[in-house]
Design a protein around this ligand. Structure first.
Ligand code: PLP
Length: 440
């Protein structure tokens, strides 16, 4: 028996090596990493420039406590990240992961409200389904019942509005009225909660694992921004999964030109080389908090030099190889090929995504949108079949308004055409096998 345990569904195979888009287990079996781990390894595995930068940092120093020292690595990474943000978002707070980044955003928003005399504001509205992390503060904003329900006595569950699931509601996502329809649910919820109690709204620009790459309808994020402005509510963009080029732009929100008050990032900025996350906030939020006595928050490993050196080298690789551009081009091709699979495989009910954040959803009936029976455990069974065929993909089943099994296909952004062929072959074979298995 192993001494390790995670979610009770650990893989038995042991990872040995990983290079580029491929991974090998201890038995020498090769896998194509079609999900970048958990949408993490944006620049691919074992990038030599990143490894060399980490080696150089290790030879200098591996730890300096943030209250004693800054490092060149953390200063340079902060400057480089700030340079990629919409104007005014220039204050960076490093952490070690996405949940910590969300916690940091919530706490900064709250301390800002206190500093400007708006202490009645404390609620963070979010969407269901959504995923913002598993620590209790971030979990309170997560709209994913299986993860939140067991902990409800321990935390104050935050208000939710429905994610804009136009494809299930029979609405046209290209029609601006659809975007307005879903965004106005935020205004209604702010009113219902009492506008002076609402601190912020947290949103993934393109949905991640919880919704299966749900792209917002036309005008949605722009209208959300306007509503937040009208009510003095802070807009927090959760770019943990969408950031660092995943959707074909550095930030997912860049596609719509929306400027949030706070951005949270993780996954792709460390790209799996080191645990790294960041909260990037508007200077106008940070200033009053510092003036009022400082930000009462921090983690021991914040700004870890090795993580920051890795992050800096990762950002350099994203720019040097134009991985945002490659994600856009390859993402369009991958999406077109997934649509091709949908034509051949009846059990795929929807295909969606942006850049290399793509997904398909299983349905028992495409017309009604009825999901496959839960008892089939389709999301788990399908990834197991693909895994045995040497293709790693990521899947979920939600039950917060989108009651379906979806499979995320999110390979590293260094993807090329032949990798796409391999992914599509792997999915095609796995779909045929899965469909035969569940056939009555
Ligand atoms: N926010 C989003 C959108 C995520 O996808 C995740 C993780 O999947 C998180 C936050 C939490 O990040 P972490 O698992 O690094 O704590």
């Amino acid at each position: 028996m192993s001494n390790l345990f995670y979610q009770g569904r650990g893989r038995k195979r042991v990872l040995d090596q990983a290079r580029g888009v491929y991974m090998w287990d201890k038995n020498g079996r090769r896998y194509l990493d079609g999900s970048s781990g958990a949408m993490v390894c944006n620049i691919g595995h074992s990038n030599e420039n990143v490894l060399a930068a980490m080696q150089r940092q290790m030879e200098k120093s591996t730890f300096g406590y943030r209250l004693h020292f800054e490092t060149e690595a953390s200063e340079r990474l902060a400057a480089r990240l700030a340079g990629k943000m919409p104007g005014g978002l220039n204050r960076v707070f490093f952490v070690s992961g996405g949940s910590e980044a969300v916690e940091t955003a919530i706490k900064l928003a709250r301390q800002h409200a206190l500093a400007i005399g708006e202490g009645s504001r404390w609620k963070i509205i979010s969407r269901a389904p959504s995923y913002h992390g598993c620590t209790l503060g971030a979990l309170a904003t997560t709209g994913y019942a299986p993860l939140t329900e067991p902990f409800e006595p321990l935390m104050r569950v935050m208000p939710k509005i429905p994610a804009p699931r136009a494809y299930l509601d029979g609405l046209d996502p290209a029609d601006p009225e659809t975007g307005r329809h879903y965004a106005d649910m935020l205004a209604a919820r702010i009113e219902a909660e009492g506008a002076d109690s609402v601190l912020g709204f947290i949103v993934e620009p393109v949905g991640g694992a919880s919704t299966g790459a749900l792209v917002p309808p036309e005008g949605y994020l722009e209208r959300v921004r306007a509503i937040c402005d009208d009510y003095g509510v802070l807009m927090i963009m959760d770019e943990v999964m969408t950031g660092a080029g995943r959707t074909g732009a550095f930030l997912g929100g860049d596609h719509w030109g929306v400027r949030p008050d706070i951005v949270v990032m993780s996954k792709g900025i460390g790209s799996g080389y080191a645990p790294l996350g960041a909260m990037i906030a508007d200077d106008r939020l940070v200033g009053p908090v510092l003036d009022a006595g400082g930000f009462a928050h921090g983690f021991t490993y914040a700004g870890n030099p090795l993580a920051c050196a890795a992050g800096l080298a990762v950002l350099e690789e994203i720019d040097r190889q134009d991985l945002c551009g490659n994600a856009a081009v390859m993402g369009d091709r991958l999406l077109a090929r997934l649509h091709g699979l949908m034509q051949r495989h009846e059990i795929i009910g929807d295909v969606r995504g942006k850049g290399l954040l793509t997904a398909f959803e299983f349905m028992a009936d495409r017309v009604t949108g009825a999901p496959l029976p839960r008892a089939l455990n389709a999301y788990q069974r399908f990834v197991d079949i693909a895994y045995d065929r040497g293709l790693i993909v990521y899947s979920r089943r939600t039950r917060d308004g989108i009651d379906g099994d979806h499979v995320l296909v999110c390979p590293p952004l260094i993807l090329n055409e032949s990798h796409i062929d391999e992914i599509i072959d792997g999915l095609d074979g796995s779909l045929t096998e899965f469909a035969a298995e569940i056939a009555p």
